[in-house]
Design a protein around this ligand. Structure first.
Ligand code: NDP
Length: 295
C-alpha cells in the first residue's frame, strides 16, 4: 500500500493558528511580538521567501518589518543595521537572509546577532544549546519543523534508527542534535551521511526514519528505502519541465513515486517540509518575545 502523506501545509497551518493565539495572549500583557528580516541585494528566491514571511506574520497578528539594503552594502553597514535591531525593543527576533552578496562574511554577521534575538538559531550560542539539549535557545527552523512533523504525524522515534542524509549547518547537523536528545520526538539512534559516505544505500536501508537534505533532485530512490520507513524529504530542487507554465517544477531529494511504494509515511514536495520553516520561525519569534518579557 502506498505511504500515507504527512501534510506539511495542514501541520504548518495549525502551528500558525497556535502562534496567533499566543500573540493574542501576549497582547493582553502588552507584549507585541516583532520579527524583522534583513534582505541584502536582490536574490529572487529570497524575495519570495521574505514576502511569505511578511504575510504569515500579518496573519498571525505579529509586528513584521522587512529591511531592504542594496547589493552594494558593505559589511560595516550591515553590522550597523544588526546592532540597531539588537537594540530595538519592538523587535524580539530577526534574521539576515542568506545568501549574502560577495564581500560580506556571513559568519561575522551571524555572530553579531544577539543570541536571544537569533530566531534562525544560527548563532554559535544557540548551536551549542541545541547540541546540549538546552531548549532555552533557538533551533534552526527547518530541522525543528521536521521534528514537529514527526511528532504531529504520530511517528514513534524512541530507539528508532534515524538516518540523515546531509550534514549542513542549516539542516543536517542541527537535525542530528535534535534527534539524538533524550526527549520527546527524539531519542533515536542517529547516523549522518554525507558526500564521503561509502555505500549510502546500506545506511538508508537501515533507517526507520530517513531524513534527506542533500540538495540533489530525486537522489534517494525507492530501492534505498526500508519497507515501512518514515521518509522526510527536505530537498527543494527546480527541474526543467516543458509542460509547466514556468518551464520548471519543484522536486525533492527523494524520488517520491518509488519511495512512496516502500515507506509507511512520506512528505511530498512541495507541501511537505517547506511550509513548516516559516511556521517555526513565527513560533521562535513568539518565544523570543515571551522570554524578553520575563527578563
Ligand atoms: P547543502 O548543499 O548545504 O548540504 C547538502 C549536504 O548533502 C552536504 O552535507 C553534502 O555532503 C550532502 N550530500 C550531497 N550529495 C550527497 C550524496 N550524493 N550522498 C550523500 N550526501 C550528499 O544543502 P542544505 O542542507 O542547505 O539543503 C539541502 C536541501 O534542502 C536543498 O535541496 C535545499 O533547497 C533544501 N532546503 C529546504 C528548506 C525548506 O524550507 N524546506 C530549508 C533549507 C534547505 P558534503 O557535506 O560532504 O558536501
Amino acid at each position: 500500500m502506498p505511504a500515507e502523506l504527512i501534510d506539511g501545509v495542514a501541520i504548518a497551518k495549525s502551528i500558525r493558528a497556535e502562534v496567533a493565539a499566543d500573540v493574542q495572549r501576549l497582547g493582553k500583557r502588552g507584549v507585541h511580538p516583532g520579527l524583522a528580516v534583513v534582505l541584502v541585494g536582490e536574490d529572487p528566491a529570497s524575495e519570495v521567501y521574505v514576502r511569505n514571511k511578511g504575510r504569515a506574520c500579518e496573519e498571525a497578528g505579529m509586528h513584521s518589518v522587512t529591511i531592504r539594503m542594496p547589493a552594494a552594502t558593505t559589511q560595516a553597514e550591515l553590522l550597523e543595521q544588526v546592532h540597531r535591531l539588537n537594540d530595538d525593543p519592538a523587535i524580539h527576533g530577526f534574521l539576515v537572509q542568506m545568501p549574502l552578496p560577495k564581500g560580506i562574511d556571513a559568519d561575522v554577521v551571524i555572530r553579531a546577532i544577539k543570541p536571544e534575538k537569533d530566531v534562525d538559531g544560527f548563532h554559535p550560542v544557540n548551536v551549542g544549546k541545541n547540541l546540549i539539549g538546552d531548549r532555552d535557545g533557538f533551533v534552526p527552523c527547518t530541522p525543528s519543523g521536521v521534528q514537529e512533523m514527526l511528532g504531529r504525524s504520530g511517528t514513534d522515534t524512541r530507539g528508532k534508527e534515524c538516518v540523515i542524509v546531509g550534514r549542513s549547518n542549516i539542516v543536517g547537523k542541527p537535525m542530528m542534535a535534535l534527534m539524538v536528545q533524550n526527549g520527546p520526538n527524539a531519542n533515536a539512534t542517529v547516523t549522518v551521511c554525507h558526500s564521503a559516505t561509502r555505500k549510502l544505500k546500506e545506511h538508508t536501508l537501515r533507517a526507520d526514519i530517513l531524513i534527506v537534505a542533500a540538495g540533489k533532485p530525486r537522489m534517494v530512490t525507492g530501492d534505498m528505502v526500508k519497507e515501512g520507513a518514515v521518509v522526510i524529504d527536505v530537498g527543494i530542487n527546480r527541474v526543467a519541465d516543458a509542460s509547466a507554465k514556468s518551464g520548471y517544477r519543484l522536486v525533492g531529494d527523494v524520488d517520491f513515486e518509488s519511495a512512496r511504494e516502500r515507506a509507511s509515511r512520506i512528505t511530498p514536495v512541495p507541501g511537505g517540509v517547506g511550509p513548516m520553516t516559516i511556521a517555526m520561525l513565527l513560533k521562535n519569534t513568539v518565544r523570543a518575545a515571551e522570554q524578553s518579557a520575563s527578563r
